[in-house]
Write a protein that binds this ligand. Sequence first.
Ligand SMILES: Cc1ncc(COP(=O)(O)O)c(C=O)c1O
Length: 488
Amino acid sequence: MNNTQSTEVIFELSKSGRRCHKLPACDVPASHALSALIPQEHLAEKPPPLPEVGEIDLIRHYINLSARNMSIDTNFYPLGSCTMKYNPKRHERLAALPGFASLHPLQDDDTTQGMLEILFEMQQFLAEISGLSAVSLQPAAGAQGELTALFVAAAYFRDKGQAHRRKVLVPDSAHGTNPASAALAGFNTVTVKSGKNGLVDIEDLKSKLGDDTGVFMITNPNTLGLFETQIKIITDLLHSKGALVYLDGANMNAILGITRPGDFGADMQHYNVHKTFTGPHGGGGPGSGPIAVRDFLAPYLPAPVVVKDGARFKLNFDMPKSIGRVRSFFGNVGILFRGYAYIRTLGPDGLRKVSEQAVLNANYLRTRVSKGYEVPHTGPCMHEFVASAHTLLHKRQIKAMDVCKRLLDYGFHAPTVYFPLVVKEALMMEPTETESKETLDAFADALLKIKDEDPEFLRNAPHTHIVSRPNEAKAAKEPILRWTPNKQ
Ligand SMILES: Cc1ncc(COP(=O)(O)O)c(C=O)c1O
């Protein structure tokens, strides 16, 4: 994005007396004015120092600000594991229909039958796609889905008199939320190594599996974009020890309608509706991370779930073994609704095509990128792959981060960088099914050009953006959200 507009803020455009609008003269009698009703000591001494600007300046200011961000609607966004696919605008129109948008979560069931029917069907669709039997729509993100499922597992083991199963096994290629969720749920995490082929090392898994193991959290396809070909052996192994298998479903975009976690042995899984089923996301939300579980775990799901009672739909709170609520009301209904619209639009065959195309696109891009970058795990890949700038760093002192920053100048969002941790200088790319061959070619061309550019020039990239290299940790942890005037 070539954005070199002025960095002026709206306060600096302010000119005394300038307005966007003209209000009619106040016809409320002075005795009824708010200022007459509120005690004097609570009144502000003077109006707040708001910017005084005309409408055109105001509009230009905000439109220019909005154009400084990259988004899926403006740029290719190959953020591995995050599935940044196109968010169909039709879903926005449907979600904005007054019958949905104006509902209040405290309304009586009798007046929300339409929405309850949609949530009920969504539970059924997600159960069918996973090959599992019961669903909770409550969790508000993938990470919260993980945590919820682990609470469910802990409640199940407590109920069975097996509270000693405190160990959760997690592969070293897993997303950081997996061990974090296990720790938050009170389990001890133990890392399982990946073999040279990038898949779970079965011998290492066996050596760590014991009677104290509660859950194995596995991502399949894993974060290297590889399908765990021994998944059935792995899940049988876990079950033979009485442990449960949790499937991190962040990568469901690769397997929709092709295989089902329940069929390859998972007992629980989460979905990222905001990834796989096109909920718009980024910048921390909104998300939706429903979980699906096997029938014997259903009693422990968060209450309420939506049930059908004759021809009526209702919220079932009568779940004595439930772990309780994990989120207010029924989950992030706006995102669930968009996911529902997507599933209904595509149907089973369409969903399968989504995954086939996503895998095809990733393999095409991998083949092109591998002409200039190391790709440590040779293909074919699933819906994403991980390249490495490791050799580039050795030969030309160019880091993965330099490549990513420079991509912004070419008009592309960066891939996921430095994850998974098992690959040095990782560049994790997920093109998704919605991108054309022309876009994939343009992106691959940019990557191949960048690797031959001047290392010093790359170290200072991006060159066309107002903000170049912020301290990213500080920007996330200490965001400056309020403008303050420059001190003279
Ligand atoms: C493999 C994997 N697991 C879990 C998560 C967590 O999902 P969320 O961001 O919805 O909390 C992510 C998110 O990037 C992920 O890539």
